[in-house]
Design a binder for this molecule. Structure first.
Ligand code: AMP
Length: 382
């Protein structure tokens, strides 16, 4: 099994915050990083040793990257698998094109889960408005329509509660091939975060409890307060997914908890927003762990140093100008992460706050109150 020593270069396709935190950790360990992204001011491109200008589907740029790095990874599952298959002829690609091909189409992902008998919500494929009308009768109301391609953070999704909402939902997914799923009345949403090494060794982080608002992650609390049997079952499901895919790197498996039953919502074959808490609350962050796995290094310790709450910071906070971060910076147990994005659009993830606290409900209340107190900065620095 090839192990890359410090000084080697990791190539990352995608320049967002996940890539940025991978670059931070890779550089701390003596590695170099080359990022392929469309703009030089993207979070990871700002801090990488080298930046290759290109879109995620730019074959020529991916080829240039492959020729100049020791291993390639991605910060999004939406890189065309065919480009990664070409890159793999030049250098190792982790996760493999096969993993991305299985994950990036929700229909293929659902069929894969069915094949390995992983529990999941009742779902069917839909290819037309008439087909959708028929399938709504089969799945039943309420249900949720999700486009098969390029969906994330609730984008390309529409909840259908009445017959009148069928047609608007079809338009909301761009009239494109979709999955129709039962709307699960879950008690909680959790994610299992794991890392798998090229040789098959796996390490698991404490299971995270996720709180979504408007289908987007608002906060993560770790560890999730789960009965041991449920936690074991969640880890067992996630590990069978990673093993069946022969995945290499970090993986997040999002699940719904209904009573004591678990249903897989979706798989992310990379570091995940719900794993940001590990960067500051665990011995090895998910970003260091991903870097270790794709470079063939031994996996790190996943122990939790302190229970933690992570809250996302969205562009809405910039509504009246740059916030004054003093209330967060003056809290001993709070840690501020800003990704350096230059355009704070509403709903855009601009950063996150990590709060370390034995009492997770207190930490969540404290974090939400802190965000409520943020006001625009007075531009004190000339
Ligand atoms: P996704 O992009 O598929 O992860 O969906 C984003 C969020 O929408 C999830 O985290 C849930 O809060 C909600 N959601 C998605 N699918 C379902 C479902 N089948 N039942 C209930 N809630 C769902």
């Amino acid at each position: 099994m090839s192990t890359h020593p410090p000084g080697a270069t990791i190539g990352i396709i995608g320049g967002g915050q996940l890539a940025q935190m991978m670059v931070m950790e890779a550089k701390r360990m003596g590695y170099r990083a080359c990022v392929l992204a469309p703009r030089a001011d993207e979070p990871a491109a700002q801090i990488a040793d080298r930046w290759i200008c290109g879109a995620l589907d730019d074959a020529e740029a991916v080829e240039r990257l492959a020729k100049s790095v020791d291993v390639i990874t991605v910060d999004s599952e939406h890189v065309p698998a065919s480009l990664l298959a070409d890159a793999e002829l030049v250098c190792p690609v982790r996760p493999s094109p096969h993993v991305l091909r299985t994950i990036q189409d929700r229909g293929v992902q659902r069929r894969f889960l069915e094949a390995i008998e992983a529990p999941q919500p009742h779902c069917v494929t839909v290819d037309s408005l008439d087909g959708l009308r028929e399938q709504v009768q089969v799945v039943g109301l309420p249900c949720v329509l999700k486009s098969r391609q390029a969906g994330y953070d609730g984008k390309g999704q529409a909840v259908i509660r009445t017959d009148d909402e069928v047609e608007p939902a079809w338009r909301a997914v761009g009239c494109s091939p979709s999955m129709l799923e039962e709307l699960v009345p879950f008690d909680a949403e959790i994610s299992v975060l794991l890392a798998r090494a090229p040789g098959g060794e796996m390490k698991f982080y404490p299971v995270a409890h996720n709180v979504h608002r408007h289908h987007v992650l608002h906060a993560t609390m770790a560890p999730a307060p789960l009965p041991e049997s449920v936690e074991d079952e969640a880890i067992c499901i996630a590990s069978s997914i990673a093993t069946a895919l022969e995945h290499v790197g970090m993986m997040a498996v999002e699940m719904f908890l209904v009573g004591s039953e678990l249903l897989v919502n979706e798989i992310a074959p990379r570091p995940h927003n719900s794993g940001h808490y590990t960067f500051g609350a665990c011995v090895t962050s998910q970003f260091e762990q991903h870097v270790r796995a794709v470079l063939g290094l031994p996996l790190g310790d996943t122990s939790l140093s302190s229970p933690a709450v992570m809250l996302n910071l969205f562009g809405d906070l910039w509504r009246d100008g740059d916030p004054d971060w003093t209330p967060i910076l003056t809290q001993r147990e709070a840690r501020l992460h800003l990704y350096g994005k230059t355009e704070p659009r509403p709903g855009r993830k601009m950063g996150h706050v990590l709060l370390l606290d034995e009492d997770l409900h207190r930490a969540l209340r404290n974090g939400e109150a802190l965000l409520d107190t943020l006001t625009p900065s007075e531009h004190l620095v000339a």
